[in-house]
Design a protein around this ligand. Structure first.
Ligand code: NFS
Ligand code: SF4
Length: 639
């Protein structure tokens, strides 16, 4: 592996730290994601259009958009094949989030029963979640209420009725229940919906592209409420509701003289424990000759521990190999999702240890330390001690840590945003924000979310698009790897607000920031967390719509995944469209092979939910499209 090398390629990233590490990889003959992308070219045109089917063993079948054959062996045409493939993609995304959430719920159950070493830190969230679920709290301890919340969550997974999921019913407004009810897309037991969708898309079942698209919307809701919402609620109960916290972002956060541990993946049950024990075992690292232990995060694990622990961000999805290529990482701990199978191969070129922690997330060359909620303390110590032992094997002659790092503020939960606004108007916290939206000082808001994708110059679309939005006084909230991207260029800091925001938006951010005691503006881009935390954006939209007495689809807002990569980004985007939000994607998803699917997703669905997809690969045109949408929504509201 260390000697396969395809040479340097330009146009990979706008991040100088990443570029420096790509150069180092080339010098050291280490293959990266960009090299493997080159080897895959040209990628299959049928697949790109969504026109290949492997759903039965008579295939693979491919249909030709420009001629023959027009059907697969069973008679499935382009529209059907594309619609089936899309639903399976969304099932993949929803299943990832729902499984993540299920593990968090198990952790809550065991923690609340005193069987797992996680003190429940989100006491306010226990109250608010119990209230929305209708769980009586009077005379009960937090622990008892938390047990009941865990049972309520598990009841959604155990339900065998045709009633919609309780967690969804407890979260959304009556108008959404009505819209989704009429469309017949209210999800029942999420596991059952996932099973049914796999069945529906198998050979010889559903032949209706429209019916499959409705199931896609339903699967978006499965993700939205059994993945994102339940996950965020439960994680806040266990680990605490995030509060604004200052840290740093980019590869420059790695340390020359400390043991570097990188947490990567998604599950705070794992990353929080690694952080806790890294802090507790700092003395052992010092005894081993290091200056202590430094923790940094990649992908959504990074977002989770930034928000609650102030741990710095090392980099987003495309930077995961590059962190190891610094030669300074002793240990990378992964759990589930978004870690490339290549990381153990890159690690083998250095002294870096990779630890896997879950039964479903194994890498053959890694050390497997099976984490469970009960044994988390013991396993976290084992992993941290492995990092300390590896420090002695670091080869200083191969260490090169880029100097780049930027100030970042994380932890803008809805609760903390409302808390900051309450400093302006304690009785009516949403009023200052809404008044400024009505006055046009805040033109609207856009949630910029999602991944990096090797097909797109790393961070470029995100940064260019967000510059245009902020300059036009649009408030931006960010999650996932997009939040990392924006963090690296200073967008998530007060200085970034001054640099990038239009005058009117800056004035609002300054007023709120100063009232909240930050001594300056809030960042122009508010970091709302990991991808599961997109539920926070849904909560904020719900609160704003409720305050104004309108539906979410009427708000001057949009969503964007400029550099989407994972199936999860597609399922989150579908949830946003179901909510009634215009949702931009910066890369053409594999649906163009079907005229029907393309038209429904980018036009007709608006008549059903109020939302639709906007496909635009140019960041400036994407910003313009969202700005036009925001202006039209303002006009319709008469503001
Ligand atoms: Ni979201 Fe998080 Fe990143 Fe994309 Fe992957 S880490 S769940 S999927 S790549 S943003
Ligand atoms: Fe071909 Fe139909 Fe089988 Fe798909 S389900 S592989 S189109 S025969």
């Amino acid at each position: 592996m260390c000697d396969i090398h395809q040479g340097a390629h330009s146009h990979q990233t706008i991040d100088p730290a990443a570029a420096e590490m790509i150069e180092k990889a080339n010098r050291e003959n280490i293959e990266t994601v960009w090299d493997r992308y080159e080897q895959q070219k040209p990628q299959c045109g049928f697949g790109d259009l969504g026109l290949c089917c492997r759903n039965c063993l008579q295939g693979p079948c491919r249909v030709n958009p420009f001629g023959e054959p027009k059907e697969g062996i069973c008679g499935a045409d382009a529209d059907l094949i594309v619609a089936r493939n899309l639903l399976r993609t969304i099932v993949g995304g929803a299943a990832s989030h729902v499984d993540h959430t299920f593990m968090a719920v198990q952790c809550l159950k065991e923690a609340s029963e005193g069987k797992a070493p996680y003190p429940l830190k989100g006491t306010a969230k226990i109250k608010s979640v119990a209230a929305k679920l209708g769980i009586p709290t009077q005379g009960k301890t937090d622990t008892v209420i938390a047990q009941e919340i865990a049972r309520a969550a598990l009841a959604d997974f155990g339900s065998s009725t045709d009633d919609p999921m309780n967690w969804l019913k407890a979260t959304v407004s009556p108008n959404l229940m009505e819209t989704w009810g009429k469309l017949g897309i209210l999800p029942k037991n999420p596991d059952r919906e996932i099973r049914t969708a796999m069945h529906q898309t198998s050979m010889g079942v559903d032949g209706s592209p429209i019916n499959l698209l409705l199931s896609s919307l339903k699967m978006g809701l499965v993700d939205g409420y059994a993945g994102l919402q339940m996950g965020t609620d439960v994680q806040d109960i266990i680990f605490g509701i995030p509060e604004p916290v200052k840290s740093e972002a980019n590869l420059g956060v790695l340390s020359h003289d400390k043991v570097n541990i990188v947490v990567h993946g998604h599950m705070p049950e794992v990353s929080e424990k690694i952080v806790e024990w890294a802090r507790k075992l700092d003395g052992e690292a010092i005894k081993a000759g290091a200056a202590g232990i430094n923790i940094a995060g990649i992908c959504c694990s990074g977002n989770e521990v930034l928000m609650r622990q102030g741990v710095p961000l090392a980099g987003n999805y495309l930077s995961q190999e590059l962190a190891i290529i610094t030669g300074a990482v002793e240990l990378m701990v992964v759990d589930v999702q978004c870690f490339m199978p290549s990381i153990t191969k890159v690690a083998a070129c250095y002294h870096t240890k990779v630890v896997t922690t879950t039964p479903i997330g194994q890498l053959p060359e890694a050390e497997y330390i099976p984490f469970t909620p009960e044994n988390a303390d013991i396993k976290a110590q084992e992993a941290v001690r492995m990092a300390i032992a590896a420090y002695a094997k670091r080869d200083p002659s191969r260490v090169q840590i880029p100097t780049q790092k930027s100030e970042v503020w994380g932890g803008f939960s809805v609760e903390s945003i409302v808390g900051a606004l309450a400093k302006v108007d304690a009785a009516n916290p949403l009023k200052p924000l809404v008044d400024n939206i009505i006055a046009g000082n805040v033109l609207g808001a856009v949630g910029v979310v999602g991944c990096n994708n090797v097909k797109i110059v790393q961070d470029q679309q995100t940064v260019e698009m967000v510059k245009d939005l902020l300059a036009n006084n649009v408030l931006v909230v960010a999650t996932g790897c997009t939040a990392h991207a924006l963090a690296k260029y200073g967008f998530l800091s007060p200085a970034g607000a001054k640099k990038y925001c239009g005058e009117k938006l800056l004035a609002v951010l300054t007023a709120v920031g100063e009232a909240a005691g930050l001594g300056g503006p809030l960042p122009g881009v508010l970091h709302m967390g990991s991808c599961v935390d997109n539920a926070r954006i849904g909560d904020l939209l719900g609160a704003l719509a409720g305050y104004l007495g309108v539906a979410i689809k009427d708000l001057p807002v949009a969503a964007s995944a400029p550099e989407l990569q994972h199936e999860k980004a597609v399922s989150i985007g579908t949830w946003a469209v179901a909510l009634g939000v215009l949702t931009h994607v910066g890369l053409v998803p594999p649906v163009l092979g079907s005229p029907i699917v393309t038209k429904v997703l980018t036009a007709d669905v608006e008549g059903l939910t109020g939302g639709k997809f906007l496909v635009e690969t140019d960041p400036h045109l994407a910003a313009e499209g969202m700005l036009n949408h925001i202006r039209a929504k303002r006009k319709a509201l008469g503001i």
